[in-house]
Design a protein around this ligand. Structure first.
Ligand code: AMP
Length: 116
C-alpha cells in the first residue's frame, strides 16, 4: 500500500482543482471528472483512515450514515431526489482510488450506466 496521499486527499488539500458541490468538517463532495450519469457526484470522507466501505462501516458507521445523508441532499438539490449509491470495493469491482468514496448517480439512469 502506498503512503502517498490519494488523489482525493490532494483535492481536499486544494492541491488539485475540483468542482466542489458540498463540504463539511468531515466530508467533501465533488463532481466526477468522467460522469456516467446526468448527475455523478463523489461523496468522500476527509479522513484517509478507510480505503473502502467495508472498513468504514466497521470503523465509523456514523460517518457512513453521514455520507448517505449528503448523497440524499445532492440528489435532491441536483435532481429529483432519487439516486443510486455505489461503492466500488476492490480493484476487480472497479475501484481505482483506495480512499473510500460513494458514487451518487441520478437523473435518467439506464441499466449498465456504470459500465465503462
Ligand atoms: P472508483 O473507480 O470507484 O475508485 O472511482 C474513482 C472515481 O474518481 C472515478 O469515477 C473517476 O472518474 C473519479 N476521478 C478520478 N480523478 C478525479 C478528479 N481529479 N476529479 C474528479 N473525479 C475524479
Amino acid at each position: 500500500m502506498s503512503n502517498e496521499p490519494s488523489i482525493f486527499s490532494r483535492i481536499i488539500a486544494r492541491e488539485i482543482p475540483a468542482d466542489v458541490v458540498f463540504e463539511s468538517d468531515s466530508i467533501i463532495a465533488i463532481t466526477d471528472i468522467a460522469p456516467k450519469a446526468p448527475v455523478h457526484v463523489l461523496v468522500i470522507p476527509k479522513t484517509e483512515s478507510y480505503s473502502n466501505v467495508t472498513e468504514l462501516a466497521a470503523g465509523d458507521p456514523a460517518l457512513l450514515a453521514e455520507m448517505v445523508g449528503v448523497a440524499q441532499r445532492i440528489a435532491t438539490e441536483k435532481s429529483n431526489g432519487e439516486f443510486r449509491l455505489v461503492f466500488n470495493t476492490g480493484a476487480s469491482a472497479g475501484q481505482s482510488v483506495f480512499h473510500v468514496h460513494a458514487h451518487v448517480l441520478s437523473g435518467a439512469l439506464t441499466e449498465g450506466s456504470l459500465a465503462d
